[in-house]
Design a protein around this ligand. Structure first.
Ligand SMILES: Cc1ncc(COP(=O)(O)O)c(C=O)c1O
Length: 392
């Protein structure tokens, strides 16, 4: 018996699925330096352009001066400090729910919420295109695990018929690799009809969606009865790091008691919570960021369609270009890079086989001129490579 890691790695390379980490040598923003090369980037999730905002940086600095750097202990020991608590209250206010609970990452919030709510004898039903952290959470929970067709309330209804025990329906709000929006009103209706709970991970909706940036639930005007468990992450439009679950007092108390990824980990640095408090204020009040994003999204979609690119059904800042073959997606991405543009190729297993894509993301920090440069670069690549998509 041996671990033949070299063979595994070689196979991954042969399939064009080998992953590498580009080395970022600048702060996040449209103009970055990667592996020594200045590039115009369209691939981060800093949708509102807050990750490098001077006021957020200043809040972080002041927070560190006042509270120190480390969280020091878990929340239940002595790591739950004033800024964490204030941020939870501000997030509860943003979501219009009685309480919110801060987690160190979105991955942990999802693991924590699902495993605290369902276990053996229960059922968890997930959209088949849910984020990996949600799928992992469902599997880890020990509940009966089933996936319904993407964004298909009828397919969910059929699975709900067979569900046993406490049943949790779980979906991304904005699908992270497709950019489309979950049909929450329909999903909520089906879940409620069967006494199931709906959990929404709106990692990519908070910020861009909703009149005040409160995401997909605000966008559809849904209540806590429709969506009892609401997850948001702070490393995307909030521009910082961490995550939260928002809901009823009983939900949050249950997570404090039973969510192992909440209990058995050190709290995030309090200064980070200070920075997020500031970015939350900007997210809520600076509507121009959402408005500007809308303009860029329309500009990009119009231009990309003119070039003949296959876009997905997305009205959000996630604007993937479907390519199909993984090798072709990598070549496309490399050609863009030779033209000073950075757009990541997303390949299986992150997306289904045969649906590799270029995941373009737009942010409020981009200008219309920069989006035009992207469109020109894409047009040039299409000319060289031929029609972009070859997927079935
Ligand atoms: C939909 C979704 N949920 C959760 C996560 C995980 O969040 P975090 O990066 O904070 O772990 C991500 C991506 O990172 C995501 O896209």
């Amino acid at each position: 018996m041996s671990f033949d890691l070299a063979a595994r790695l070689a196979a991954r390379r042969a399939e064009n699925l080998y992953r590498q980490r580009p080395l970022l040598e600048s702060p996040q923003g449209p103009e970055v330096v990667v592996d020594g090369q200045p590039l115009l980037a369209f691939c981060n999730n800093d949708y509102l352009g807050l990750a490098n905002h001077p006021q957020v940086i200043e809040a972080w600095r002041a927070g560190a001066a006042r509270w120190g750097v480390g969280g020091g202990a878990s929340h239940l020991v002595i790591g739950h400090s004033g800024p964490h608590h204030a941020l939870e209250e501000a997030l509860a206010d943003l979501t219009g729910r009685p309480r919110a609970l801060l987690f160190t990452t979105g991955y942990m919030a999802n693991l924590g919420a699902v495993t605290a709510l369902v276990g053996q004898g229960d059922t968890v039903l997930e959209d088949r295109l849910n984020h990996a952290s949600l799928l992992d959470a469902g599997l880890l929970s020990g509940a009966r695990f089933n996936r319904y067709l993407h964004n298909d309330a009828e397919s969910l209804a059929k699975r709900l018929e067979k569900a046993t025990g406490n049943t949790l329906v779980v979906t991304d709000g904005v699908f992270s690799m497709d950019g489309d929006i979950a049909d929450l009103p329909a999903l909520a209706r089906e879940a409620k009809a069967k006494g199931a709970w709906l959990m929404v991970d709106d990692a990519h909706g908070f910020g861009p969606l909703g009149a005040h940036g409160a995401g997909i639930v605000e966008h559809f005007g849904l209540s806590m009865e429709d969506v009892p468990v609401l997850v948001g992450t702070l490393g995307k439009a909030f521009g910082t790091a961490g995550a939260f679950v928002a809901g009823s007092d009983d939900l949050i108390e249950s997570l404090i008691q039973f969510a192992r990824p909440y209990i058995y980990t050190t709290s995030q640095p309090p200064a980070l919570a200070c920075a997020t408090l500031k970015s939350l204020e900007l997210l809520r009040s600076e509507h121009w960021r959402r408005e500007h994003l809308k303009v860029l999204i329309a500009q990009f979609r119009k231009g990309a369609e003119q070039i003949g690119l296959e876009l997905m059904d997305s009205a959000t800042p996630i604007q993937p270009i479907m390519i199909g073959d993984a090798g072709r997606a990598v070549r496309f991405s490399q050609m863009l890079r030779e033209r000073g543009l950075m757009v990541t190729a997303i390949r299986p297993p992150t997306v289904p086989t045969g649906s590799a894509r270029l995941r373009v993301t737009l942010t409020a920090a981009h200008s219309e001129a920069q989006v035009q440069l992207l469109l020109e670069g894409l047009a040039d690549c299409v000319q060289q490579l031929g029609a972009a998509s070859n997927h079935a």
